[in-house]
Design a protein. Structure first.
Length: 174
């Protein structure tokens, strides 16, 4: 049992590396959007960029729900919100997909108790609480993968030579 002084004392504020990475990555996405707006030769290029972003972030997030054997409404939710949530480091597509999955499955306290006694992954997948968490996790992984693929494809659509850019950056650093 910890000492009472340790429980009463307020912890110092720390900036988590994950939050810094999330904000930096969001700035990269916003810079890509600015690049699309500045360098797009036509509104057709801008529309292509939006379609790429929506299709890959939403599609891969929904694919994560499908792989987790989630409800179709959870997959639809992931598809519809992933393009927005990938622009903000403080919300995630999986949260929304997980909320819909919880709404459909209605996990109970018994599910929480039974989760500890699961002996295999298949038994865990039969647990409603674990399934909600699994849907949220795979939806988030899909949205993250869609973010990387989407940025790459948008840069390619705009005619950026990513390999040359990376070589230039690496040669200047090392």
């Amino acid at each position: 049992i910890p000492a009472m002084e340790g429980l009463i004392q307020k912890p110092g504020k720390k900036i988590a590396a994950v939050k810094v990475f999330g904000v930096a990555f969001s700035l990269l996405i916003l810079a890509t959007i600015a690049l699309v707006l500045i360098s797009a030769q036509s509104s057709e290029k801008m529309l292509q960029a939006v379609v790429i972003w929506f299709a890959f972030t939403g599609g891969l997030s929904a694919l994560g729900v499908v792989l987790a054997r989630g409800h179709p409404l959870s997959a639809l939710t992931a598809l519809m919100v992933a393009w927005m949530t990938t622009l903000n480091p403080f919300v995630a597509a999986g949260w929304f997909a997980g909320m819909v999955e919880a709404w459909k499955l209605k996990p109970t306290v018994t599910d929480l108790k039974n989760l500890a006694s699961a002996d295999s992954f298949s038994q865990m997948l039969d647990n409603r609480l674990f399934k909600v968490i699994w849907v949220a996790a795979l939806s988030n992984l899909g949205a993250m993968a869609g973010t990387f693929v989407g940025i790459y494809l948008i840069w390619r659509t705009l005619g950026l030579d990513i390999e040359a850019l990376l070589q230039e950056i690496l040669s200047s650093v090392f």
